[in-house]
Write a protein that binds this ligand. Structure first.
Ligand code: PHE
Length: 465
C-alpha cells in the first residue's frame, strides 16, 4: 500500500488546523450573526459554547483521526462499525454544502480585493452615485448588490474554486502548509492595526457597548434562538462537526500534545473573531449603522468599503484587508475540499488530482445558484450550520463517549502523559452535559430551519417560480 502522507514539519499540523479554522467564519460570518443575535448577548453564549462544547469536541475529532489514520468515513467505520459509514457520508455531504456557498462568498472578497487595483474605494463608490441616489440607498450597498450576484459573482466563484482545486490537487505538504505560514501572521497584524484605528472613530464607544456589555435578561429571553445560532457559529468557525480535524489529525505521524494544540487552535480562532468584532462594531456605529443585525451577508462589505473610502490610507488598508481575508478563506476552503478528497482517495482508490478535480467540480455546480440569488446562501448556510454541523458534533461525542470510549483517553495521553482523573472528566463531560446540550441545540436548529423553509424560502419560491 502507498505510504500515507504526513505533515512535513512539526508545526505543519497546527498551522493547517489554524488555517482551516480562521476564515470567513471569523471575519464575514461572525459580525453579522453577532448582530442578528443582538450583540453582546450573542457573544457571551458563543464564547461559552466555544469553551465548554468546542474544546471537548475538537479533542474528540483529534483522537479519532490520529488513532485511525483515516478519512472521516473510514475512521468512523473502524471505531463504530459499518453502520457509521452513513454518518461519515453526512460529514462528506456537509463539506459539499459548506464549500459550495463558501466559494461564492470568497469570490466576493477576491472581487473586492481586485477592484482595489482599479482605483481607490472612494472612487469606486463614486461610480455608484447615480444608482444610489435613484434607489435612496448608500453607494456601498448598491455596489454590493451589483457584485454579489449575477455574472460578476459567477466568474469569481469559478476562479476561487479553480484555485482551491489546484492547491488540493498538489497535496498536503506543498499546498496547505505554505499558504498558512504566510496568512496567519498577516491577518493578526492587520486586524490589530485596524482595531487600533477603529478605536479612534467618533462613535466607537457605542460600538463597544453594543458588542461588549451583555444583558443577561436578553440571553434568558432569547435562548431558544441564541443557542442554535451560537452553536452553528462556534462549530463553523472552529471547522468542527464534519471531520476536518479528523482528517488533519490523521496525517500526524508523531505523538503531539493534542490538548495543547487544541487550546492553541481554539485560542487563535476565537481571538481573531473577537478582534474582528473590535474593528467592525465601532465602524458600524461610526457609519450610523445602529442595527448591525440588518446588514446580513453584505454587512462587512458595505461597512468596510465605506470605511476604506473615508479614512486616509484607506486604499492600501482596504487592499490588504480584502486580500488577507481572501487568503484566509482559501486555507479554509482547502480543508473543506481536502476532507472530501481524502475520502475518495482512501475509500475509492482514485488519484489525488482526479479526486480533487471531480469532487471540486460537483461542489462548484452546487454553489452556482447562490450567485443567482442570495436566498440560496441562507438555504445552504442554514442547513449546514443549524443542522449538519451540530448533528456531526453530536455523533462524534456519541461515538467517543459511549460507543468506543476505550481508546480515547489512552490516545489523548500519548504526547501528554498520564492525565489521571482529567481524562475521565473529559469523557464524562462529553457523555452527559455536552451530549444533552447538543441534542437540545439540534432540535432548536431543526425548528428554526423549518421556519425558514416554510417562511422566507416558501415566499421566495412563490414570488419567483
Ligand atoms: N472554519 C472555517 C471558517 O471559519 C469554515 C469551515 C467550516 C472550514 C467547516 C472547514 C469546515 O471560515
Amino acid at each position: 500500500m502507498k505510504q500515507r502522507e504526513t505533515w512535513a514539519t512539526r508545526t505543519g499540523f497546527i498551522l493547517a488546523a489554524v488555517g482551516s479554522a480562521v476564515g470567513l467564519g471569523n471575519i464575514w460570518r461572525f459580525p453579522f450573526v453577532t448582530g442578528e443575535g443582538g450583540g453582546a448577548a450573542f457573544l457571551l453564549v458563543y464564547l461559552l459554547f466555544v469553551a465548554l462544547i468546542g474544546f471537548p469536541a475538537i479533542l474528540a475529532e483529534f483522537v479519532i483521526g490520529r488513532k485511525t489514520e483515516l478519512n472521516p468515513v473510514g475512521a468512523l467505520m473502524e471505531l463504530g462499525g459499518t453502520g457509521w459509514k452513513y454518518v461519515g457520508g453526512i460529514f462528506i455531504l456537509t463539506g459539499f454544502v459548506i464549500l459550495s456557498f463558501y466559494s461564492v462568498v470568497a469570490g466576493w472578497f477576491t472581487r473586492y480585493f481586485l477592484e482595489g487595483f482599479r482605483g481607490s474605494y472612494g472612487s469606486l463608490l463614486a461610480g455608484y452615485e447615480g444608482a444610489a441616489a435613484e434607489a435612496g440607498e448608500p453607494e456601498a450597498a448598491i455596489m454590493f448588490a451589483d457584485l454579489s450576484t449575477g455574472l460578476d459573482a459567477f466568474v469569481f466563484h469559478t476562479l476561487f474554486m479553480a484555485v482551491t482545486i489546484g492547491v488540493v490537487a498538489l497535496g498536503i505538504r506543498r499546498g496547505i502548509e505554505l499558504a498558512v505560514k504566510v496568512m496567519v501572521p498577516a491577518i493578526v497584524l492587520l486586524l490589530v492595526g485596524m482595531a487600533v484605528w477603529a478605536f479612534t472613530l467618533p462613535d466607537a464607544g457605542a460600538g463597544y457597548a453594543y458588542y461588549l456589555s451583555p444583558e443577561f435578561s436578553v440571553v434568558a429571553e432569547n435562548w431558544t434562538t441564541l443557542l442554535p445560532a451560537a452553536a452553528g457559529q462556534a462549530f463553523f468557525t472552529l471547522s468542527l462537526g464534519m471531520g476536518v480535524m479528523i482528517t488533519y489529525a490523521s496525517y500526524l505521524g508523531e505523538d503531539r500534545n493534542l490538548g495543547r494544540d487544541g487550546t492553541a487552535i481554539i485560542g487563535f480562532d476565537t481571538g481573531i473573531a473577537f478582534l474582528t468584532g473590535l474593528v467592525v462594531f465601532p465602524v458600524f456605529f461610526a457609519a450610523g449603522i445602529t442595527e448591525p443585525g440588518e446588514g446580513g451577508a453584505g454587512a462587512i462589505f458595505i461597512s468596510m468599503t465605506e470605511a476604506f473610502a473615508t479614512i486616509s490610507g484607506g486604499h492600501l488598508i482596504g487592499l490588504l484587508f480584502f486580500g488577507t481575508v481572501m487568503i484566509a478563506a482559501l486555507s479554509s476552503a482547502i480543508s473543506l475540499l481536502e476532507v472530501v478528497t481524502a475520502y475518495v482517495i482512501d475509500e475509492k482508490g482514485i488519484d489525488r488530482w482526479k479526486a480533487a478535480l471531480g469532487m471540486g467540480s460537483v461542489i462548484y455546480v452546487l454553489g452556482v445558484p447562490v450567485t443567482y440569488d442570495l436566498i440560496f446562501l441562507d438555504l445552504l448556510d442554514g442547513f449546514a450550520d443549524g443542522i449538519l454541523l451540530v448533528f456531526g458534533a453530536l455523533m462524534l461525542v456519541l461515538l467517543v463517549g459511549w460507543i468506543a470510549p476505550a481508546f480515547a483517553v489512552q490516545e489523548l495521553e500519548k504526547g501528554i502523559g498520564d492525565l489521571g482523573s482529567l481524562g475521565e472528566a473529559w469523557l464524562w463531560a462529553i457523555r452527559v452535559p455536552v451530549l444533552v446540550v447538543l441534542v437540545i441545540t439540534l432540535s432548536l436548529g431543526v425548528l428554526e430551519y423549518v421556519d425558514f423553509l416554510t417562511g422566507p424560502f416558501a415566499d421566495w419560491i412563490g414570488e419567483n417560480v
